[in-house]
Structure formats: C-alpha cells, structure tokens
Design a binder for this molecule. Structure first.
Ligand code: UDP
Ligand code: MG
Length: 340
C-alpha cells in the first residue's frame, strides 16, 4: 500500500475527513478532543476539515486553529453542497493510507479512531464500520425513522449493509480509490461502501448527544437521503406501479359488474359516492406512479448532466508555503471538484 508523503515529507498514514456546515458552536470542543486523540496515535496524519459553504464563523475559526495545528488542512467548498458531497470532496483529496470520516458534532467519539486503525492494521481490513450500539441520545422520532430506514435499505441493498452504521468509518486507500472511481452522483456512502465488498470489521460506540449547535439534517434532508438510498440501489419501487395498476384493474372489474347491474335494475342515479371515490382512487394511483417514475428520471437527468457536485474554493494543502493562507492570494485552485 502506498503511503503518500505530505508537503513536509512525512508519511501520512491517516487522514481524518470532517465535513462541517455552520459548526462554529461545536468546533472548539471538536479540536479539544480530536487533536490529542490523533496526536496519541504516534503516526503521521492530516485532518481534512471540509467547510461545506458555512455562513457562520466556521471558516474563520478553522484558520485560527490551524495556526497551532499544522496537521489541520482546510478544504473550503464554494457553496453548501450537502453532507455526502462534502464527504466526497474530503475522500477524493485525502492523502492518507487510511481515511476515517467522522461528523464534526462529536456524536461520534474521536477516541474510537485509534481502535479502528488498530483493527484494520491487525486484521488487514479495508473497511471498519462505526456501529451505533446505543441511540439513547437520539429523539424517539429519530430512532423510529432510523430503524425503518435501515430495515428498508437492508432489504433493498442487501444484508451486507450493517444496521446503524452512519458515516463514521475507516477506509483503506484501496477502498477510497475504488469509491473515487465510481461514476455515481447522488452518493449515499453508507450503502456504497458495503456494496464494494471489501473485507470489513466493526467497532461499536455509543452515539453521544450533540454538545452544541443544531442538527443540519432537517426532515427534508433525511427524506432526500432515504430517497437517494432507495433509488440508488433498487428499481423495485417502479414495480409498485405495476402492482397498483393490477390492483386498480381488479377493483375496476368489480365496479363494472356493479355499475352494469345497477344500470340493468335502473338504479343509476344514486352513484355519486362510488363514482367520486373511483375517480379519486385512480387519480391518486396515477400520481404516485408518475412521482416514482419522476424520481428515477431525475436520477438519469443528474447523471446525464454529469456536473461536479462540489467546487473547491481553497485547499490549504495547495498553499505554496506551510502556515496560514495569504488572504490576498488569488484562489487559483478553485476549479471544479471531482465528478461527483
Ligand atoms: N454537514 C455538512 N453539510 C451539510 C449538512 C451537514 O457538511 O449540508 C455535516 C455536519 O456539519 C456534521 C455532519 O454533516 O458534521 C452530520 O450532520 P448532523 O450532525 O447535523 O446530522 P445528524 O447527526 O443530526 O443526523
Ligand atoms: Mg450529528
């Protein structure tokens, strides 16, 4: 396995990718815990902080923390691109022989990174999943929807997808390169990674409550993630249209018998309720089917457009000299990010 040298010539064994969006409140606490946890590893490392277009002081704070922590590398995206796209930006630019991704909000314990690295090296694993053993800190609604989500995706994407494994995981260089080679646009890493089929292990941890700041995953984004998970891995929902159509056909047959007999016995005037229900039912079935089709057409549209899902505004690893960035320097590396 090749271990890329960093600019100082030291070998980077571990990259820790931390996507963050408006996390100024939790950032000081993150640095306080992450810095000693990584320093204790005794290997060359970099922290890849991906600032996902934050509009608060996240970028400013990162630059300040970097003064006292040269291993902290900042990749600033030009606009908010979403958690999975920010992860992609970090994974594609990470230089380590192993890459760990972790949330910025300390819900995943940075101290577990040592366990992940040790397990991967000892057993020669390419993937180590962080499994949430205890979600007591989550709300009842989040626990219920998460349970439903993992049951659904395991059915569709196969049992290789570990339940309650979020985006806290370790990947080997080989796994990171395999992911980078995929053409997928709307990526859901918790499904893509198990799908690679690399040898994997697990480290369990307790999901802590967020110490500060608010969740950046409102209901709308959770639904989007669930839709991307399903449509990215299965065309089965399209078959729902067929089944609904067959069901509606049978109902129509029954109704036809009823209407014909009503006509024969001259009872055709009182029929408003059944007529109206029938119209509504057919309308609803058609809208559901068009909506399902639309989700897949939308995926094809995005794939055909093939636009990058993020743009890098600045990467401190590309600064000419180590140390804080020159704020007057032109952002020459602000070209498109990866394809995904
Ligand atoms: N995040 C991001 N871009 C976004 C939304 C979220 O980089 O558009 C980051 C966020 O800063 C955090 C991680 O993704 O580090 C997970 O988000 P969050 O903790 O808000 O999600 P939750 O734990 O509530 O599911
Ligand atoms: Mg969180």
């Amino acid at each position: 396995m090749s271990e890329a040298p960093d600019t100082a010539g030291e070998t980077i064994v571990l990259s820790v990718v931390v996507p963050m969006f408006n996390e100024e409140e939790v950032l000081p606490a993150l640095v306080t815990r992450l810095h000693p946890a990584l320093a204790a590893l005794g290997v060359g490392y970099e922290v890849v902080a991906v600032d996902d277009g934050s509009t608060d002081r996240t970028g400013e704070l990162l630059t300040a923390f970097r003064l006292g922590w040269p291993e902290l590398r900042i990749i600033a995206l030009r606009r908010n691109s979403g958690h999975q796209a920010a992860l992609t930006a970090g994974l594609e630019r990470a230089r380590g022989a192993y890459v760990v991704s972790i949330d910025a909000d300390l819900q995943d314990p940075p101290e577990k990174i040592a366990d992940m690295l040790e397990l991967a090296r000892r057993d020669g694993l390419d993937i180590v999943y962080g499994i949430r053993a205890d979600r007591a800190s989550d709300t009842g609604f989040k626990r219920w929807t998460a349970g439903l989500y993992y049951r659904l995706v395991r059915r569709l994407a196969g049992p290789a997808v570990p339940a309650h494994a979020g985006d806290f995981r370790l990947l080997s260089r080989a796994a990171v390169d395999a992911l980078a080679a995929l053409p997928d646009q709307q990526r859901v890493y918790r499904l893509l990674v198990p799908w690679l089929g690399f040898p994997s292990g697990r480290v369990t941890y307790e999901r802590a409550p967020r110490p500060a700041g608010r969740s950046k995953y409102p209901l709308g984004r959770m639904v989007r993630l669930a839709v991307d998970s399903v449509t990215g891995f299965s065309a089965a929902p399209l078959r729902i249209a067929t089944w609904l159509g067959a069901f509606a056909f049978l109902v129509c047959l029954a109704l036809m018998v009823y209407t014909l007999s009503a006509h024969a016995f001259d009872h055709t005037v009182p029929g408003w309720t059944s007529l109206f229900t029938g119209v509504l039912f057919i309308g609803a079935v058609q809208l559901v089917c068009v909506g399902l089709l639309g989700e897949y057409v939308g995926r094809i549209y995005t794939a055909v457009q093939n636009r990058p899902t993020y743009f890098v505004g600045h990467d401190t690893a590309l600064d000419p000299a180590r140390g804080p960035a020159d704020p007057t320097a032109p952002l020459s590396q602000g070209s498109p990010g990866g394809r995904t």
